[in-house]
Design a protein around this ligand. Structure first.
Ligand code: SF4
Length: 685
């Protein structure tokens, strides 16, 4: 038996694990004891990692479409055909007729190469990844307000907070080990305030539950800011020394009424007042949020509204404080850091004035020197824009790496039409996902256990993953696949190792400049920014002043969700994740013990509504929106308030995103998957 230390490939918590292997198979998993994230603990997904790695469904040979069927072929044929098609499309149209989507399951090294492939081998900024459907507003919002888009404080620092506001997040299901840190903090006297339209599991441990109406976050947060200002609970010294635009901000709140906030949010105004007082006075106070804040067409404004609270009270840059987005996939933080986005280069170097950044000729010149080609001049398309572009016929080819777009993107039927409209589609993945089934070429990629590299977790900690077994069948790492295809396209990428890619990447990424593989191993991961080799990294952001110089107050305007219930669609539908599955379910859905707990999609409905619509527990019900309908079983529970339906997004065989709204936050490109209008009825079948 061989034992290798590595990192869990599911959520952004980045738990440290050991995998054991025998005869080329991963046979066991257990948690590492000596680390600050998950010391000796794992959640149920972590404990069940081994099965998907060598699951019989794994793709082991490349596939190419012949006579309408995906047929096994040799690597040489798949690579040569793909290179030829991409070069043809590039020459006949333009490099901007091609889009590339990287995967947050990939390593930093692979993500760095994905953006380099798009920009240097193809010549387009049409490069994106799944942050676009989760925390893109965190990047745009926090950079605009504070100058850095990362979680400000480490996971182990949660215990230092006296008050925690958990808003739009359900870590009990999506980040269970972090939920454990929150519960430990509560046991030590921390007060938890949960703001969520659902009565999630952590409400049982909370001092207050603010059960707001879906999409009314800004009304709630602004009302809290109003209380803090009116009752002189602000930190005037902090505001004076560290912020700008406070007077404008204060003035804009003059006429805001708590009665109106009560009407919009559905929360008693005295409860709002109490929550604001506790946050402002029981310091240090921390804000933790996830996709309930970001996945709205006002996602960036929602994030900035939360940043206002930290600036008003000086709850930033100190232990136990901060604004803490919990990132979803294992390496979505790395995807952002590596510049896998159409408007920024590695290290958050903005190539357009988005997010307050400026085109920087020196940065672009340095990038051109490293990549040895001219930089594509225009900002590229974000994923939803690529989908629109494919529908229009402007985007003719795409390479989707390790993403099941048809399961995870809002308004799935629209994405499906877009992919059908492409002239050429490449997908690399572990399994033949619904998206891969529509490809012209499928590259078999290998799992995290079959390669070397780094992941960056939600608290900006860069950690090493290690190869445990050889790649299954003929599968290859994404690093190898990207390098091979790029070389076939006359842009050679010849790297001896993942470490060599890391060294090149850090020359363009100031936050990673002082990090190397040796240091990561010996120091148990390093939290960026780590600009020099003698820097220890930065566990708490903004501790020596706000990264932006001065934190900027912003006046967020409350806007109703794009769709509100009406006669035809009388419910709000919200979506999210469940403990036993992850993202599109391609890995967790193929794990017997996880699939046994939840084997199929379902809809949560309040008992009162279920009675009204004649729906029984576990009975099939048809849920419909303006975009489509699906039939799922009903779960009757008072976790959802009357008037609210809730569904998980984790089932690729029954895709909730057929229903969701792709109304987009213009600043970040995120879709409003958290709220739309829906109807439900008993299934006639
Ligand atoms: Fe893996 Fe996240 Fe569970 Fe940790 S909390 S074991 S990283 S899924």
């Amino acid at each position: 038996m061989k034992r290798v230390s590595t990192i869990c490939p599911y959520c952004g918590t980045g738990c440290n694990i050991y995998l054991t292997s025998k005869n080329g198979r991963v046979v066991g998993v257990y948690p590492s004891r000596h680390n600050e994230i998950n010391s000796a603990k794992l959640c149920v997904k972590g404990w069940n990692i081994p099965e998907f790695i060598t699951h019989p469904d794994r793709l082991k040979k490349p596939l190419i479409r012949k006579n309408g069927e995906l047929t096994e072929c040799e690597w040489e044929e798949a690579l040569a055909f793909s290179a030829q098609k991409l070069l043809e499309i590039k020459t006949k149209n333009s490099p901007d007729a091609i889009g590339v989507i990287g995967s947050a399951r990939c390593t930093n090294e692979e993500l760095y190469l994905a953006q380099k492939f798009a920009r240097a081998a193809i010549g387009t900024n049409n490069i994106d990844h799944c942050a676009r459907i989760c925390h893109a507003p965190t990047v745009t919002g926090l950079i605009a307000s504070l100058g850095s888009g990362g979680m400000t404080n480490p996971i182990h620092d949660i215990k230092n907070a006296k008050t925690i506001i958990l808003i739009g997040g359900n870590p009990f299901e999506a980040h269970p080990i972090i939920a454990g840190h929150i519960i430990d903090a509560i046991d030590n006297g921390t007060e938890l305030i949960v703001a969520d339209p659902r009565r999630t599991r952590l409400c049982d441990f909370a001092a207050m539950h603010l059960q707001l109406n879906p999409g009314s976050d800004i009304a709630l947060i602004n009302a809290m800011a109003k209380v803090i200002i009116d009752e002189n609970l602000t930190d005037q010294e902090f505001i004076k020394n560290n912020t700008e635009k406070y007077e404008e901000f204060k003035e804009s709140f003059k006429d805001l009424s708590l009665e109106e906030a009560q009407f919009i949010t559905g929360i008693d105004k005295e409860k709002i007042r109490l929550a604001a007082r506790r946050y402002a006075t029981q310091k240090p106070s921390s804000i933790i949020y996830t996709l309930g804040i970001t996945e709205h067409y006002t996602g960036t404004a929602n994030v900035r509204a939360l940043a206002n609270l930290t600036l008003l009270t000086g709850n930033i840059g100190k232990p136990g404080s901060g604004i803490n987005p919990l990132r979803g996939q294992n390496n979505v933080q790395g995807g952002c850091d590596m510049g896998v986005a159409p408007f920024m280069l590695p290290g958050y170097k903005f190539i357009s004035p988005l997010c307050g950044g400026n085109s920087d000729k020196k940065t672009i010149k340095k990038y051109e020197e490293v990549c040895r080609v001219p930089f594509p001049p225009q900002q590229g398309f974000m994923t939803p824009q690529m989908i629109e572009g494919a529908l229009r016929g402007d985007i003719k080819a795409m390479w989707i790496m390790g993403e099941d777009l048809l399961t995870t993107e809002a308004n799935a039927h629209k994405s499906q039409k877009a992919l059908e409209n492409l002239h050429f589609l490449i997908v690399s993945d572990l399994f033949l996902t619904p998206t891969a089934q529509r490809a012209d070429v499928v590259f078999p990629a290998c799992t995290f256990a079959e390669k070397e590299g780094t992941f960056t977790n939600t608290e900006r900690r860069v950690q090493r993953i290690h190869k445990v077994i050889e790649p299954l069948g003929e599968s290859k790492s994404d690093l190898e696949i990207i390098s091979l295809l790029s070389s076939k396209m006359n842009y050679p990428m010849e790297y001896e190792s993942a470490e060599e890619v890391f060294e090149e990447m850090k020359s363009l990424t100031p936050q990673y400049a002082g990090i190397n593989y040796g240091r990561i191993e010996s120091e148990g991961g390093i939290q960026w920014p780590c600009p020099r080799e003698d820097s220890k990294g930065t566990p708490i952001l903004h501790s020596e002043g706000i990264a932006r110089g001065k934190g900027e107050f912003y006046v967020p305007e409350f806007l109703e969700p794009r769709e509100i219930p009406d006669e035809k669609f009388p419910f709000y539908l919200s979506t999210g994740r469940i403990l036993f599955h992850y993202n599109c379910g391609s890995m967790s859905g193929r794990t017997t013990r996880l699939a046994r707990e939840f084997s199929e999609n379902f809809v949560m409905i309040n008992p009162e509504d279920a009675r009204r619509f004649g729906i029984e527990e576990h009975e099939e019900a048809v849920v419909s929106t303006r975009r489509g309908e699906i039939t799922v079983r009903a779960k009757i529970t008072d976790e959802t308030a009357p008037g609210l339906l809730w569904m998980p997004i984790n089932f690729y065989k029954s895709r909730t995103n057929v229903l969701t709204n792709d109304a987009m936050d213009e600043k970040s490109g995120v879709s409003e998957v958290k709220v739309c209008a829906a109807a439900i009825k008993r299934s006639e079948k």
